[in-house]
Design a protein around this ligand. Structure first.
Ligand code: GTP
Ligand code: MG
Length: 199
């Protein structure tokens, strides 16, 4: 699957204000600063499609982009971003869980995890919640350019070790700097979209 066009579709602040659920949709989620927006730009080969920032909490809305006029990809705000009042934080998390549980055209969620760290409780908790809630997800380990193969493998194995059948899960490792993982992610999205169309 090659990307011929990528265009901004809409931003939303709630499930209700999302654009019509017409195309198969793929969402990117993960801790603030893990590299969601960068990965989206890397996939689309468009530097400024989604806004990237060295400061955590850059993406505050649900941002939709349409790829080749056939799928949507969605840049979600980072979980674990703690600025703002307690009430703001609650609204923010609610926006994400409503979307993940209620969006009918959502085919797969890519849960991004920073490959440089040993397992972080917030990521483990989010994956456990996704499992319990039946959210279809795939793990994507980011910033691979910062890691040597050995320590990277070790961090991935340690993360998967938190889940009963984790060792058998397919994972993708990627780098927005080098483009590693791009084709694999596009292939996963193409397969998922085709599977659903064929049903
Ligand atoms: N070395 C390296 N740096 C990366 C990579 N991906 C992202 N970064 C850097 O990490 C920082 C955060 O990237 P973003 O793409 O804005 O992260 P985000 O997950 O969208 O963050 P929020 O919108 O705040 O939730 C930026 O300084 C990026 O340049 C990568 O693959 N390798
Ligand atoms: Mg972002």
């Amino acid at each position: 699957m090659n990307i011929r066009s990528a265009r901004f579709l809409a931003s939303a602040t709630s499930l209700e204000s999302c654009p019509p659920a017409e195309l198969p949709e793929f969402a990117f989620i993960g801790r603030s600063n893990v590299g969601k927006s960068s990965l989206l730009n890397m996939l689309a080969r468009k530097k400024d499609l989604a806004k990237v920032s060295a400061t955590a909490g850059k993406t505050k809305l649900i941002n939709f982009f349409t790829i080749n006029d056939v799928w949507n990809i969605v840049d979600l705000p980072g979980y674990g971003y703690a600025a703002g009042s307690k009430q703001d934080r609650f609204k923010f998390q609610r926006m994400i869980t409503d979307y993940l549980l209620g969006r009918e055209n959502l085919r797969q969620v890519f849960v991004l995890i920073d490959s440089r760290h040993s397992p972080q409780p917030i990521d483990v908790d989010f994956v456990a919640w996704s499992l319990e809630s039946g959210v279809p997800f795939r793990l994507v380990f980011t910033k691979a350019d910062k890691m040597k193969a050995g320590p990277m493998k070790k961090n991935i194995a340690a993360f998967l070790g938190n889940f009963t059948d984790g060792a058998s899960w397919p994972v993708v490792s990627c780098s927005s700097k080098t483009g590693d993982g791009r084709l694999e992610l596009l292939r996963v999205m193409g397969d998922q979209a085709a599977k659903v169309e064929g049903e």
